[in-house]
Design a protein around this ligand. Structure first.
Ligand SMILES: *[C@@H]1O[C@H](CO)[C@@H](O)[C@H](O)[C@H]1NC(C)=O
Ligand SMILES: *[C@@H]1O[C@H](CO)[C@@H](O)[C@H](O)[C@H]1NC(C)=O
Ligand SMILES: *[C@@H]1O[C@H](CO)[C@@H](O)[C@H](O)[C@H]1NC(C)=O
Ligand SMILES: *[C@@H]1O[C@H](CO)[C@@H](O)[C@H](O)[C@H]1NC(C)=O
Length: 249
């Protein structure tokens, strides 16, 4: 929900999974962030939380978050962090309408300070300094991977905002920097009876995948392929190399 427009110069989307290996330091959730009912959302069997995380109290900066638990045995499931960058050029209107509904903002515990302007997908009010948009994500990704956390980077192969070739090259360079060998040579993967994209893996930890026929917003353009990819990621499986593979169970 936070658009990092220019920050998304190198990566479209990064998904990271963290397995808390039986550690107890993760304290519960702030109950006041529990989303009791989200307008328009059908009845769901999982708990969801939304609110702000303070990142800089001195200058009053917070980041909005949305957290969804697994429907069953959430305490045993890995934690997935989804960092979504990029501008969405197509679905601005419906989002703008929905996220400006007072009852939606109330349900999500958003806009607590009653800002004097509307929410929009992309705003110049955040006023990122140009120099910030030049900060590379690669050192951070490297640290995450060095802590043995699997990272998948994916890109729609019809993304004309951030063409996938640049991301693919950068990921290959990152793998080289980590001294990773190619554990899966670049090949196609399947969804139902069709090629759904291409995938490669380095050091059994770093995966780069494309989604065929998807543009900048992958789940929007190719929802079934995106769900299949996401479900393989969450289950710690590689993307299937044949057509005889259950969709997402
Ligand atoms: C915040 O809330 C106020 C008052 O309800 C509303 O007028 C404004 O458009 C909202 N702004 C944002 C950024 O959500
Ligand atoms: C960002 O980096 C590019 C390439 O190194 C450089 O040309 C540009 O001036 C930088 N922009 C800012 C605002 O630092
Ligand atoms: C990769 O290998 C080179 C040469 O052996 C070494 O200097 C470097 O520290 C290694 N990098 C990592 C991230 O392990
Ligand atoms: C296809 O994937 C399966 C499961 O990961 C693996 O056992 C098999 O060797 C792969 N086949 C080819 C041709 O890569």
């Amino acid at each position: 929900m936070v658009s990092y427009g220019a920050l998304a110069v190198t990566m479209v989307v990064v998904v990271v999974t963290v397995q808390w290996l039986g550690c107890n330091f993760a304290e519960g959730y702030p109950e006041e962030d529990l989303v009791v009912r989200l307008p328009g959302q059908p009845k769901v069997l999982f708990r969801q939380y939304a609110g702000y995380v303070e990142v800089d109290t001195k200058t009053g900066r917070s980041l909005f978050y949305y957290f969804v638990e697994a429907a069953t045995q959430p305490e045993t499931k890995p934690l997935t962090l989804w960092l979504n960058g990029g501008v969405d050029v197509c679905m601005t209107y419906e989002r703008k309408f929905y996220f400006n509904l007072p009852e939606v903002q109330h349900a999500l515990h958003a806009n607590r300070t009653r800002l004097p302007y509307e929410w929009s997908m992309c705003t110049s009010r955040v006023n990122y300094r140009g120099i910030d948009s030049n900060i590379s994500m690669l050192p951070l990704l490297k640290r995450i991977i060095q802590n043995k956390t699997p990272v998948w980077i994916f890109s729609g192969d019809q993304d004309s905002i951030i063409p996938f070739l640049g991301t693919r090259t950068i990921i290959r360079e990152l793998a080289h920097d980590l001294n990773f060998s190619t554990t899966l040579p670049y090949r196609h993967w399947y969804h139902r009876d069709q090629v759904a994209g291409w995938v490669t893996e380095y050091g059994k930890l770093l995966t780069f995948a494309t989604v065929r026929g998807a543009a900048h917003m992958v789940p929007y353009g190719q929802p079934a392929r995106a769900l299949h990819m996401f479900s393989c990621f969450v289950r710690g499986r590689r993307l299937p190399n044949n057509t005889h593979y259950p969709d997402d169970g």
